[in-house]
Structure formats: structure tokens, C-alpha cells
Design a protein. Structure first.
Ligand SMILES: N[C@H](CCC[C@H](N)C(=O)O)C(=O)O
Length: 277
């Protein structure tokens, strides 16, 4: 069978997006890995799947799979592309779209300038929310990696993030430490590893070694987690501009139980059809 898909990206974090409302397909982990391959397949960081909602007060179900085939709880850049996709495909005409994810509900708002604002819910810091093996909820946790001791912020945006402050993202040891943090035994479901450089209280630079994918040009939930951790540590104040390698995101969060808002672009690159082996 031929599967129709749209290739999209949010600041260079790229996606294959498929509508399983008007199409039928069941994708196995191995098939996702092959489709994700940048030489033998289509090539993407994540696969985004549009399904009918399970709850009557939601518009869609939004499922996310990393390049390694693992299904995950949330994807911020993907959420913006999801909103653009369902409108472009005429699956909805709404500008405010409510979606359910494995990590909880999201509200996507398509703005007049075509940027998308996502209510990402409330950041959660208690270790069990990630999950993270730690005895208490604190702004910074000591983590031993490769014989060295680091201080990381632990944040759940539905998906787990470890945020490490660095002096300069350009020289940060992302290639070396990223995989070691991603698979650290204290993160039973692995973790996304963010490397945050504080430029000012309203500005950071960020690189993210993503769980199940590796370093990406941008990570939406990673940007949210870094800002939430920075605000909690008293380093940052809302709103914060996050400079990622692929471009900038605006993050707003007033703290505590308030929702965190992320605003940024969503681009369509091409449409395609592929025969599923
Ligand atoms: N790798 C992430 C999922 C994609 C997140 C990222 N692409 C974003 O924009 O939030 C995880 O395993 O939790």
C-alpha cells in the first residue's frame, strides 16, 4: 500500500507526518527505524501520527515516535507542525486545536502570523514525573557521569529532560556527554539531555541531545524544560528567547502551576507517497 505523508520541520527538527484518520496503516518499530534512515528511508528526527481523539472534548490524538522507533510522550516542535498539518489537510478549520498525547493534553493556537503557540502544560520537577532516581524534588541534582560530578535540572514536559548549564554551547561536550546522560541508569526511561548557556535573564542558547534520536537542530520540549529549570533556579525571567541551532523559540512561564507557552514556526517541505514494506 502507498502511504501519503508530509515532510515538515520546526527550526530544523524534522518530521514525517502521517494522517491515520483518512488512511490505515500499522507501523512496526523496525519500519519506523527504516523510514527514519536518511539514506535508506525518508529521513526524520520524529514520526508524527494524527489519529482520532479518544476523548470527546479533544480534536485529535497526537502520537510521536523517535527515529529509533520508541514512542514518546511529547514533542514541542512537532506540536506546531501538527497544528499546521491538520489545517493544511483540511482535517480542521479551527485555529485553537486541542490534542491528546501520551504526556497529557496540549492546546495549539495558530496565530495570524502563522507562528504557532502551544500551551505545553505545567512543567513538573518531582523525580517520579520523569522518571528519575532521586530522593527529593530540588532545583539541581548531583549526577555522576563518566567519573565527573555534574549539577542537572530534572524537568518533565510530559517527556523527561536533564538540563546542564554550560559556559558556551559551541564548546559544550554534547557529543561525549549527551549519550552518557541519555542512557544514565538513574533515568529508567532514558532522558533528553539539554546544554544551556545563560546569556541574560531573558535569553539563553541551547543544544539538546535528544532521547532516541541524537542531537537535533532544535528541541521544543527541551527549550521549555531549560527555561523552566532556569526560572526555578532564579537564573531566568519570563519571557525567554531560546536560541537553538535551527532558530529561536519564545517561552513564557509565570511559575508554579501556570501553563508554559511556547511560540515558534512550523514549515512544510514536501508531500510524498511511500510503499510500506
Ligand atoms: N526525543 C524526545 C521527543 C521529541 C522531542 C523534541 N523533538 C521536541 O521538539 O520537543 C523524547 O524522546 O522525549
Amino acid at each position: 500500500m502507498l502511504l501519503h505523508f508530509t515532510k515538515m520541520h520546526g527550526l530544523g527538527n524534522d518530521f514525517m507526518v502521517i494522517d491515520l484518520i483518512t488512511q490505515r496503516a500499522r507501523l512496526r518499530d523496525e519500519q519506523i527505524r527504516k523510514l527514519a534512515d536518511r539514506r535508506f528511508g525518508i529521513g526524520f528526527d520524529q514520526l508524527l501520527v494524527v489519529e482520532p481523539p479518544r476523548s470527546p472534548d479533544m480534536d485529535f490524538r497526537y502520537r510521536i515516535f523517535n527515529a529509533d522507533g520508541s514512542e514518546v510522550e511529547n514533542c514541542g516542535n512537532g506540536a506546531r507542525c501538527f497544528a499546521r498539518f491538520v489545517r493544511d489537510q483540511r482535517l480542521t478549520h479551527k485555529r485553537e486545536i486541542h490534542v491528546e498525547t501520551a504526556g497529557g493534553p496540549l492546546t495549539l493556537v495558530v496565530n495570524d502570523d502563522d507562528q504557532v503557540t502551544v500551551d505545553m502544560g505545567t512543567p513538573r520537577f518531582e523525580p517520579a514525573a520523569l522518571p528519575f532516581d532521586a530522593t527529593e524534588d530540588r532545583p539541581l541534582h548531583a549526577l555522576e557521569v563518566d567519573g565527573e560530578r555534574y549539577e542537572i535540572g530534572a524537568v518533565s514536559m510530559g517527556n523527561p529532560h536533564a538540563v546542564l548549564r554550560v559556559d558556551d554551547v559551541d564548546t559544550a561536550p554534547v557529543e561525549r556527554l549527551g549519550p552518557l546522560i541519555e542512557r544514565h541508569p538513574r533515568f529508567p526511561r532514558r532522558v533528553n539531555a539539554g546544554f544551556m548557556q545563560v546569556v541574560s535573564p531573558h535569553e539563553i542558547r541551547l543544544r539538546v541531545f535528544e532521547r532516541g534520536t541524537g542531537e537535533t537542530l532544535a528541541c521544543g520540549t527541551g527549550a521549555c524544560a531549560a527555561v523552566a529549570s532556569g526560572i526555578r533556579q532564579g537564573l531566568l525571567e519570563s519571557p525567554v528567547t531560546v536560541h537553538l541551532r535551527g532558530g529561536d523559540l519564545r517561552i513564557e512561564w509565570s511559575g508554579d502551576e501556570a501553563p508554559l507557552l511556547m511560540t515558534g514556526p512550523a514549515e512544510r517541505v514536501f508531500e510524498g507517497r511511500i510503499a510500506l514494506a
